[in-house]
Design a protein around this ligand. Structure first.
Ligand SMILES: Cc1cc2nc3c(=O)[nH]c(=O)nc-3n(C[C@H](O)[C@H](O)[C@H](O)COP(=O)(O)OP(=O)(O)OC[C@H]3O[C@@H](n4cnc5c(N)ncnc54)[C@H](O)[C@@H]3O)c2cc1C
Length: 281
């Protein structure tokens, strides 16, 4: 396995512009995906670009002028848990991911770029309206996380780009709910995960976001359903529930696999949705 270890982000992007390489951050997805059952080294068809220690990707900062929390793509899950500015809903998802040892290595950028339907940071990042900063040597673009993921293992990253940062608008939500349903409390992949954020004022919903993971090729969210809920009195929510479920029906398309059945995943998704909206105050 050929490994390139750039010292700066510019150097990394330069390497990436010259030939096809595989970015390697914490390696916790890559080393499993590329493992060789015969006990020999994992197989990488292109040189490995080690970006796990690049200082530019290790920063967390709030840009006061535009009220954006900027998280470097190479920040580990443990570092996120320890930072006071990281939104609690994202921390809740991270606390139930993998184990402490894996969280010390695993990065936020790696979880996003692996683009698994069961990636646990994606539902919180979706409700937080996160955008992703993608850079090559010549340019920089920013795309919403919901547009970046194209399907299981597929995303909008170009072969000369790196994900360099995750931007999260700093907004005060007065209600959030996160739940991961797995086989165990720790070190288990999601059967379903649910993230909900809301702002209410005088018992009216002024803002609401819902995202459900592991029940479709991409995280399920619906702008129409969220618009339908906005402006509604909280007391009306129980009676609006059947209509709301109907709006998500076509998007929640789980599969049967070794972790769970499609029917269970769908039922649990709707129960979590009901729990979220009936807890709003
Ligand atoms: C035992 C175990 C338990 C786990 N449990 C969970 C869990 O509960 N929930 C969950 O969601 N995941 C889980 N995972 C998966 C994994 O730990 C996470 O997805 C992790 O965040 C991946 O980060 P990484 O830095 O290790 O990624 P890597 O393995 O380094 O990379 C993953 C992918 O992203 C690409 N990549 C990484 N960084 C960048 C970048 N900056 N720019 C462009 N491309 C990039 C790589 O090329 C690769 O394709 C688990 C893994 C293991 C081994």
């Amino acid at each position: 396995m050929v490994t390139i270890t750039p010292k700066t982000l510019d150097e990394a992007l330069e390497f990436r512009s010259k030939e096809r390489m595989i970015p390697f951050a914490g390696g916790t997805d890559l080393m499993v995906r590329r493992r060789s059952w015969s006990g020999t080294s994992p197989h990488f068809e292109y040189p490995v670009l080690f970006i796990g220690k690049l200082p530019e990707l290790k920063k967390i900062a709030v840009a006061a002028e535009d009220n954006i929390l900027a998280i470097g793509a190479g920040v580990s899950l443990t570092e996120l848990l320890e930072h006071p500015e990281v939104p609690e809903i994202l921390k809740q998802a991270i606390r139930v991911m993998a184990s402490p040892a894996i969280r010390n290595l695993a990065t936020l950028g790696g979880n996003i770029c692996n683009s698994s339907p069961a990636a646990d940071t994606l539902p919180p990042l979706t409700v937080l309206s996160a955008t992703l900063v993608l850079q090559n040597t010549a340019s920089r673009r920013e795309v919403p996380v919901v547009e970046f993921i194209k399907g299981p293992g597929h995303n909008d990253l170009k072969t000369d780009e790196l994900l360099t940062a995750i931007h999260i608008p700093v907004v005060k939500n007065n209600f959030y709910f996160y739940k991961k349903v797995g086989t165990r409390k720790a070190d288990a992949l999601s059967k379903v995960s649910f993230a909900g954020l809301a702002q209410t004022s005088d018992e009216i919903i002024t803002e609401i976001k819902i995202a459900i993971g592991a029940v479709a090729p991409r995280v399920v969210s619906s702008v129409e359903a969220e618009a339908f809920l906005k402006g509604k009195p909280i007391s009306d929510l129980p009676k609006l529930l059947p209509e709301l479920k109907q709006m998500y029906e076509e998007y929640i398309r789980p599969i049967d696999d070794q972790r769970s059945s499609a029917a269970y995943r769908k039922e649990v998704s709707f129960r979590l949705m009901e729990h979220f909206i009936t807890q709003l105050k």
